[in-house]
Design a protein. Structure first.
Length: 445
């Protein structure tokens, strides 16, 4: 059986045993604690390089189900030469942990951190990151797997400061084919055609908590308008504060039309759970969300009113738009590492970019790798989960990727005044122009 199937089986076995288990992290006094043991290799004494990596994808975090076994596979492949030990770093404190280590010049050999502004303002500005250019150029097959938008973003002044992405996990939408069964792909429709096709069916909208499901639809609408992608991409780095433009007025007009025609009745003040529950009980036909809920769709725990998860289809948005932000700094390594740790980091980066590991990641967590040719064994496994197959295969060369709306405005605005103002747009009390004026005033305070 091909390697990808072995990887998938290993992931599934460990996932079944993993709940509640913490992984050994070694000496946690320093994130780069290094120990060495003597081993025999072809008759010569060699030293095993051991590094400790703080990661939020450990413990009970959902990402641990795939990542912990992946590290174990790396350790097995390089047994006696390299070993990575994981230190649990809870997601709510992980960014601060990495920042503290950076200030102490104790960054781990490889690390992830979500604060892109800090990466640019501190790590890049102070030359704290290893330039990966030569490493990548020396591996043309690996280079070909990277997503070009990610390569462009990670390249600063000719240096590749972070490992570009090979996989995108676009947010799309789920539709209940028992209620809504379009005669052509949603991605081939305009927003007006989509609304007409829905008829009396509703979309699971919510205005509270940043209006998560609304914000996804909004991003997709903007991504389908002329100049929308460029404005949203620029907003990832320089947050948008002026919405008094024809682009945003048009986008909020389309959004308000969707509210009027297909908005769920309980959306005002609803949190995500409320919106999702309307979908799982046949009250709404559409749920905008990410691939991480696939297992939830198939879990009958919360099904009601005859809902059947097997009727659900995954797709992307009208005008062939998918919501994904390749403008992120994913895996990084600090500059000036000892040579043995640098070699370990390079080996790890190359390992996670192998096609088998990319395919295993998609099977475990969803997503799509546009620049690899999927193996037959992968496609066979993927076919066993129709939703994963939908999201992995409904991307094409003409798909437009747009960042989420939460990526392009300040977090405090997203969960604050944007959330509050959505009520007035939803119930028609504000026109799109009035909404844009109010949102601009809030953003510029």
């Amino acid at each position: 059986m091909k390697r990808v199937l072995s990887i998938v089986l290993a992931v599934l076995m460990i996932a079944a045993l993993f709940t509640g288990c913490n992984q050994p992290g070694g000496d946690t006094s320093s994130a780069t604690t290094e120990s060495k043991t003597e081993t025999e290799s072809q008759g010569e004494q060699v030293e095993e390089t051991v590094v400790t990596i703080p990661s939020y994808r450990t413990g009970e975090d959902v990402g641990a189900v795939f990542f912990v076994p992946q590290v174990e596979r790396f350790n097995e492949k390089y047994k006696g030469k390299y070993r990575i030990e994981l230190e649990e770093s809870p997601s709510n404190t992980h960014t601060d942990r990495i920042k503290q280590l950076a200030l102490q010049d104790k960054l781990p050999a490889v690390f992830q951190v979500s604060d892109s502004a800090w990466v640019e303002d501190y790590l890049i500005a102070n030359n704290k990151l290893q330039d990966l250019s030569e490493f990548i150029e020396a591996r043309p097959e690996m280079k070909a797997r990277f997503i070009q938008d990610s390569v462009d973003f990670c390249t600063k002044d000719g240096k590749v400061v972070a490992l570009p992405l090979t996989v995108l996990r676009p947010n799309g939408l789920y539709y209940n084919s028992a209620l809504f069964n379009p005669d052509k792909a949603i991605t081939e429709m305009t927003w007006e055609e989509f609304s007409e096709a829905l008829g009396e069916n509703k979309i699971a909208y919510q205005t509270a908590e940043g209006g998560w499901t609304i914000s996804l639809v909004l991003a997709a609408i903007i991504g389908g308008l002329d100049g929308g992608v460029e404005v949203m991409q620029a907003g990832v780095s320089e947050k948008i504060t002026d919405f008094n433009t024809p682009l945003f007025i048009e986008a909020f007009t389309i959004l308000q039309d969707s509210f009027k025609a297909n908005g769920s009745a309980n959306a005002i003040g609803a949190v995500y759970t409320d919106a999702a529950n309307t979908f799982y009980s046949n009250q709404t036909a559409i749920l905008p969300d990410g691939p991480w809920i696939i297992s939830k769709v198939y879990d009958d725990t919360d099904w009601a009113n005859g809902f059947d998860g097997n009727d659900v289809v995954g797709d992307y948005y009208p005008n062939n738009v998918a919501i994904a932000n390749p403008q992120v700094y994913d895996w990084m390594m600090p500059a000036n590492l000892p040579e043995n740790e640098k070699e370990l980091a390079y080996a790890f980066f190359e390992f996670i970019c192998e096609p088998e590991e990319i395919e295993a990641y998609i099977l475990a967590e969803g997503g799509t790798a546009p620049n690899i040719e999927y193996s037959e064994s992968f496609l066979s496994e993927l076919s066993k989960n129709s939703l994963s197959q939908d999201f992995a295969t409904k991307i094409d060369v003409d798909t437009t990727y747009v960042p989420g709306f939460s990526d392009v405005i300040e977090a405090s605005l997203f969960t604050g005044e944007f959330t509050n103002l959505l009520t007035y747009l939803y119930n028609g009390e504000y026109t799109p122009e009035q909404f844009c004026e109010a949102l601009t005033a809030a953003a510029q305070e």
